[in-house]
Design a binder for this molecule. Structure first.
Ligand SMILES: Cc1cc2nc3c(=O)[nH]c(=O)nc-3n(C[C@H](O)[C@H](O)[C@H](O)COP(=O)(O)OP(=O)(O)OC[C@H]3O[C@@H](n4cnc5c(N)ncnc54)[C@H](O)[C@@H]3O)c2cc1C
Length: 285
């Protein structure tokens, strides 16, 4: 593993300055579960490695009436077990489906998003709740909706000198239920063949709002917008879930790779979206 310089900035400003100074030759280090294996394999050889760990406040979360702000360095295991975050069960479940306990102890929410893998599990939990990405940069702070943050495999909306500080996750309305399901051959330690998230808001027994998110079936984590539109006004029963699964199947744009063929992934989307909708409906509070 090769790198020339290692930095531990103590503030957001200092971190942005280093990112500007080193540009494409710099890599941020969060939990390192993506970065370090790539550096060991010499897929990446940054000149400067910049750790985020000395910047205060990035590992914590803060609740308010409107939702919760979760720091980019929040470890995924801590997130998956945090009782203060019980209002967001799909986010906790998605974080809890990332690989093994060892990886989740180390891996962070910010790293999961910034790695920008189409198969990122914790990202799906953020997408289900329409989270906002809080970004710091040399020209000040800005916010991006999580669905707009991903620009392609490994590509994000981050500009030179910017990094993710936290995520704001809005509190779900009363009458909301949500779920995340991961389908992988060897369980959670395996990368998903399909991930499916669902959030339903029920009013008078009908679906008033819906989010359906998919992992591993497009170049970026995606929302199944046509499926969401179909669900509005419907009763959240088996018939609705079955029909929605078929629409999501058509919306998914998977490729074939060594883990699964495109047609198999589409079949799994249909099944997992069906279950995610019924799980979300059963979880309504
Ligand atoms: C054995 C193994 C199994 C895995 N299984 C899964 C799985 O099942 N599901 C899954 O989703 N992932 C999986 N992963 C991938 C990885 O663990 C996750 O993506 C993890 O959340 C990455 O977080 P990290 O903190 O370790 O990121 P790091 O490795 O530290 O960083 C990842 C990338 O994001 C950048 N970065 C990190 N933080 C920020 C920030 N705040 N702002 C801007 N850029 C930043 C880094 O520079 C780097 O390019 C697995 C990895 C391994 C090694």
């Amino acid at each position: 593993m090769r790198f020339e310089k290692y930095f531990e900035p103590a503030s957001i400003k200092e971190c942005c300055e280093l990112l500007v100074e080193y540009g494409k030759d710099a890599k941020l280090l969060a939990g390192g579960t993506d970065l370090v294996p790539k550096m060991k394999a010499e897929v990446l050889a940054p000149k400067a490695v910049i750790s985020l760990h000395k910047i205060p406040g990035l590992e914590t979360y803060k609740l308010c009436d409107k939702g919760v702000t979760i720091g980019a360095l929040m470890p995924l295991r801590k997130l998956s077990l945090c009782e203060d975050l019980n209002k967001w069960p799909a986010l906790k479940a998605a974080a809890g489906h990332v690989s093994s306990m060892q990886i989740r102890n180390q891996a962070t929410l910010g790293g999961n998003a910034c790695n920008a893998s189409p198969s990122a599990d914790a990202v799906e939990g953020l997408m289900v709740y329409d989270a906002i990405v809080n970004i710091a940069g040399p020209n000040g702070d800005r916010e991006v909706e999580i669905a707009d943050f991903f620009k392609g495999p490994g590509k994000t909306d981050l500009k030179e000198g910017e990094f993710v500080v936290s995520f704001f996750v809005p509190a779900p309305e009363e009458g909301t239920g949500a779920a995340y399901r991961k389908f992988a051959i060897r369980g959670d330690t395996d990368i998903s063949i399909v991930g499916a998230g669902a959030r339903l808001l029920l009013k008078d027994g009908k679906i008033a709002d819906a989010r359906i998110t998919l992992a591993s079936v497009a170049p970026t984590p995606m929302r199944a917008v046509k499926t969401e539109e179909f669900l509005i006004g419907k009763t959240p029963d088996e018939e609705t879930a079955k029909a929605a699964g078929k629409i999501a199947r058509d919306e998914a744009k998977p490729i074939s790779d060594p883990r699964a063929s495109a047609w198999y992934r589409k079949d799994i989307v249909e099944v997992e979206v069906y279950h995610a909708i019924l799980d979300a409906a059963a979880a309504v509070k």
